[in-house]
Design a protein around this ligand. Structure first.
Ligand SMILES: *Cc1c(COP(=O)(O)O)cnc(C)c1O
Length: 484
């Protein structure tokens, strides 16, 4: 236990700071635990949206940089009081606005330990436990997601960075096949890479392509069907025209509006016939593979070359936590290792996490992923995913049964698109109005989207704590807002 003497040292009181209330670390962290538990105990009683605006938050948090140290306990209390009205209560059970998930209590606890241990999980020698937990939790996640043994894994900040890792590995490998070492030679003068994407790809794919020098807009776009799934027949046509060039195909498991899955198995067959690399963005959808009743949606996904997913969405671990998997570990490491081949002094047993992600110093993200998987087990993850999907179907059934309400998508996963028809024919305007009313009512929070030219309310169910009662209360709030 760190006693007052050390706390004073940390506060610089030797250099003329104020005399401080003796506060040891134990009391401070116990106070934080109480604040956190109190928050989580009543998160479901608060209006879901933030209740203060930008100007008020500036007022609460702003002012000049303090000139002198102050008491840590006071800082903690002030922080909690200042920010809580500015939080969106997505940790609770009635936030359905984006696919964000909540945080399982065990993974929050593990995340606190991660902060207290303050490990630098970049290299093995700085945290043997931080390294081994990623090996173990990475392999557990691989198994659950139905990916082949032997794939490499990197623990990233999220799915955007996992997409970047997968596509960086793809870039290395397809250029290597064309006789070009992109790590050494860069892209200048390299054979052009052709990237093929579905029309409903996530924006983070475009961002990754931009970071990698592949350009977000020189991609070949394959049309999608009514649910947003890439059309495999159209992919075949596009690839035949590009045959012989370095090729990357980006597929998607779980479209952010409809939850639909590209036919990944078929895509892999067609793409591999052209020596293309297939990357799968499965930020939340890949978790369908962990649920027996939904696994068929991901059929063939194991034949892809790289996969990106999130742990902070459907696995319900705290931010930030993503996973990048690559079927060819050498291509993975060539893309992300800090070291170039010249300096390789590697220990094949003791894994340096920084070889598999774009960072060196980094948070030991594996601890909370390990804790979530250790607690839930295979059956618990399946149940979590299936329960969220059952809630989504309940939303669709109840809202769809109300008059002049349309469900726009096939509810195959956790996503529901809802449109409210207006008496005056302005369905878009009316739908947006209903969404705004729901958001200000505060019972629940749903976002808006545009689906194939139509305004829609987007409902995403991904929080472990959402109950059937939360769904029913939210349906009642939505129907009230819609005047039904
Ligand atoms: C959320 C999401 C992303 C981005 O993931 P982050 O974790 O926010 O970086 C990418 N693709 C899809 C399909 C998503 O749902």
């Amino acid at each position: 236990m760190v006693r007052a003497g050390k706390a004073e040292l940390a506060l610089g009181s030797r250099h003329g700071g104020p005399s401080l209330v003796a506060m040891d670390t134990h009391d401070l962290l116990a106070a934080a635990a109480t604040h956190a538990a109190t928050y989580l105990d009543d998160v479901d009683t608060r209006p879901v949206a933030a209740s203060v605006d930008h100007a008020e938050l500036r007022e609460r948090l702003g002012g000049p940089l303090p000139a002198h140290p102050s008491d840590a306990h006071g800082v903690l209390d002030e922080l909690v009081a200042a920010v809580e009205p500015g939080l969106v209560h997505s940790a609770g059970g009635r936030f359905f606005g984006f696919v964000v998930g909540g945080a399982l209590p065990v993974s929050v606890a593990a995340d606190w330990m991660t902060a207290a241990w303050d490990q630098n999980a970049g290299i093995y020698v700085l945290s043997p436990a931080g390294a081994v937990v990623e090996e173990v939790a990475g392999d557990w996640a691989r198994d659950l997601l139905g990916l082949p043994p032997g794939v490499s894994v990197g623990f990233t900040t999220g799915d955007t960075m996992a997409n970047l890792v997968g596509l960086a590995a793809a870039r290395s490998r397809v250029l290597e096949l064309a006789g070009w070492d992109v790590g050494r030679q860069g892209l200048f003068g390299a054979p052009p890479i052709e990237v093929v994407v579905g029309a409903q790809r996530h924006v983070s794919i475009g961002a990754s392509l931009r970071y990698l020098g592949l350009g977000s807009e020189r991609v070949h776009v394959v049309p999608v069907d009514t649910q947003g799934r890439m059309r495999a027949d159209a992919l075949g046509t596009v690839l035949r025209e590009l045959a012989g060039r370095p090729l990357i195909v980006c597929a998607q498991a779980g479209e952010v509006n409809t939850g639909a899955f590209d036919p990944v198995g078929e895509i892999c067959d067609i793409a591999h016939a052209h020596d293309a690399w297939v990357h799968v963005d499965g930020a939340f959808g890949l978790w369908a593979a962990a649920a027996p009743s939904l696994r068929h949606l991901t059929d063939g996904v194991e034949r892809a070359d790289s996969w990106a997913t999130d742990a902070h969405k459907w696995l319900n671990v705290p931010y930030d936590s993503g996973l990048a998997f690559v079927a060819d570990p050498a291509a993975h490491r060539a893309a992300t290792s800090l070291l170039t081949a010249d300096y390789l002094v590697r220990d094949e047993v003791r894994r340096d996490a920084s070889d598999w992600v774009p960072e060196l110093s980094r948070r030991a993200r594996g601890f909370s992923v390990w804790a979530a998987l250790r607690q839930l087990g295979r059956a618990g993850v399946a149940e979590l995913v299936e329960r969220c999907c059952a809630h989504a179907r309940r939303f669709a059934e109840q809202l769809g049964a109300a008059g002049r309400v349309e469900i726009l998508n096939d509810v195959v996963l956790n996503q529901v698109l809802v449109r409210f028809l207006a008496d005056d024919g302005d369905h878009d305007g009316h739908t947006r109005e209903v969404i705004a009313r729901v958001q200000s009512d505060g019972t629940c929070w749903m976002g808006g989207t545009s689906w194939q030219g139509k305004a829609a309310m987007r409902i995403s169910v991904s929080n472990w704590s959402t109950t059937t009662e939360d769904v029913d209360r939210s349906v009642a709030a939505v129907l009230r807002a819609a005047g039904r």
